[in-house]
Design a protein around this ligand. Structure first.
Ligand code: MN
Length: 133
């Protein structure tokens, strides 16, 4: 049994990966040979990921606020607390807050020696972000 007290600082989401202010708390990142990565990700209103893929897929579970997600070529979907989204391996997508609300989700990723958690692409432009029908 390993207890990790609340000691890891909240990380600011890097500007290469996100638009707007995003804060990340590590939930599960040990032991180093673990294939599971979990993060609690806090998006401020208007903040979102860049377009990206997950080589081994990703599950997000919304815990607070109102969010948006979209796979490449699909409609922008509204997601709310209790909603769970699975992104298929290598499915190009983004997720984030709505323009008016915070959104918090738990993100669960698989990793191994040959696969990182995510592969990052272009930022989601304002035009793409605001294209909600
Ligand atoms: Mn993702």
């Amino acid at each position: 049994m390993i207890i990790t007290r609340s000691s890891i600082d909240t990380m600011k989401g890097p500007a290469e990966w996100f638009t707007g202010d995003v804060y990340i708390d590590a939930v599960a990142s040990e032991p180093t040979q673990s294939r599971v990565q979990a993060n609690l990700v806090h998006f401020t209103p208007g903040a979102r990921t860049a377009w990206h893929t997950h080589p081994l897929g990703q599950t997000i579970y919304v815990t607070e606020g109102v969010g948006l997600c979209q796979k490449r070529g699909g409609p922008i979907e509204v997601i709310r607390p209790g909603d769970r989204v699975f992104f298929e391996p290598d499915e190009d997508h983004w997720h984030g807050a709505t323009p008016e609300r915070f959104m918090v989700h738990l993100a669960l990723n698989e990793v191994d020696e040959g696969h990182s958690a995510a592969s990052w692409g272009d930022h989601v432009t304002d035009e793409e972000y605001l294209a909600r029908g």
